[in-house]
Write a protein that binds this ligand. Sequence first.
Ligand code: NAP
Length: 275
Amino acid sequence: MSELKITSTIATNQSISVPLLGLGVWKSRPKECYEAVKVALESGYRHIDTAAIYGNEADVGKAIGDSGIPRSEIFLVTKLWNADQGFDEAQKAIDVSLNKLGTDYVDMYLIHFPVSGKRKDSWKALEKIQKEGKAKSIGVSNFMIPHLEELLQDSQIVPAMNQVEYHPFLQDLPLKEYCEKNGILLEAYSPLAHGQKLEDERVTRLAKNYNKTNAQILIRWSLQSGNVVIPKSKNPNRIKENADVYDFSLTPEDMKEINHWNENFRTCWDPTTVV
Ligand SMILES: NC(=O)c1ccc[n+]([C@@H]2O[C@H](COP(=O)([O-])OP(=O)(O)OC[C@H]3O[C@@H](n4cnc5c(N)ncnc54)[C@H](OP(=O)(O)O)[C@@H]3O)[C@@H](O)[C@H]2O)c1
């Protein structure tokens, strides 16, 4: 896996490839977010993950615009918020997001959460949004197997990606296998367990062995697991650190060890009980 690079991409099922590493901007306040996106783009990131509910789409858009990097070289993701779900509402919501982002398309538009009674109509809207060219690809987030089964039964387009919480301490292998079987990429959000497992002594031991940081071990594990990964930082040094994961690779033995660390440790919302 040492051939992985910051520019590495993976093909989706929708004629577009996604850079494996992206910058997450949840909880980045507007000014911080602008600076974070600028530093990330300068450091070689080409994938930014925002959402309508994060309240920072305008700052993401401005940082992209000011970067001087052609829009076509940046993979920009935003998400449909729960209160905007539904066929008509979703079509209005994408226009609001595009306006804030200062662009006429996103590279991927995701349903943020599988809201009961709404998600099917939202997906139909996303299919239309893609046909209209407002989103180059469409996908979902926080969808568990039953939500995906329901969606696949009744849709024209298979989601390109499912963005879910995924890190060594929360590994949902049946979901990962289901996604793989159906050609849906798994994207790992909160890959650092939202910062709550960085002091784990097993991570610290591996970090010392590789002369890397604890965060770098967790990000490298995600990449070598074949997941798209979007660590968040508002700190310029840590943004660079999180992308400095291409000069080493975890051995098969260490990957195997980490693969056994699952403890269903969830830091964000729990979609498993949503019917
Ligand atoms: N779809 C969804 O429902 C959903 C839910 C959650 C997250 N996400 C996406 O996934 C992204 C990442 O997830 P996340 O923000 O929950 O958590 P994360 O990336 O797992 O961890 C972020 C936390 O770790 C800290 N951190 C980052 N790099 C570090 C480093 N090298 N050393 C030490 N600490 C470091 C950050 O603090 P500093 O900022 O101070 O560095 C922050 O407190 C989000 O920003 C968002 O884009 C999506």
